[in-house]
Ligand binder design. Structure first.
Ligand SMILES: [Ca+2]
Ligand SMILES: [Ca+2]
Length: 93
């Protein structure tokens, strides 16, 4: 039996990066404008920050990346987004 009145929880997506903050949620049959299905945005005020954010490892914090990267929403202090680092020969944006 199909229940046509099943509601799904949607989470507010303030920065429109398709990841919700989890702070504000609503239940609806279809996704409201400004909402999304996930609640895994570590910063819902900055569209550059979400679980697919690529961070470059700058182990010695000299502003140059070692060329290694990790994809995660929040990162340690020695991880930086491409725009925060000085380009080096082994830096691939
Ligand atoms: Ca978001
Ligand atoms: Ca975000």
């Amino acid at each position: 039996m199909i229940d046509e009145f099943v509601k799904t929880t949607f989470y507010q997506d303030t920065d429109s990066d398709q990841y919700g903050s989890g702070l504000v949620s609503t239940e609806a049959c279809s996704m409201p404008v400004g909402y999304t299905t996930g609640a895994n945005d570590c910063n819902d005020l900055d569209a550059r920050l979400n679980p697919t954010t690529q961070r470059w490892i700058d182990a010695d914090t000299d502003g140059f990346s070692s060329g290694s990267s990790a994809t995660q929403c929040t990162g340690p202090a020695n991880y930086a987004m491409p725009g925060q680092l000085v380009t080096t020969s082994n830096f691939a944006a």
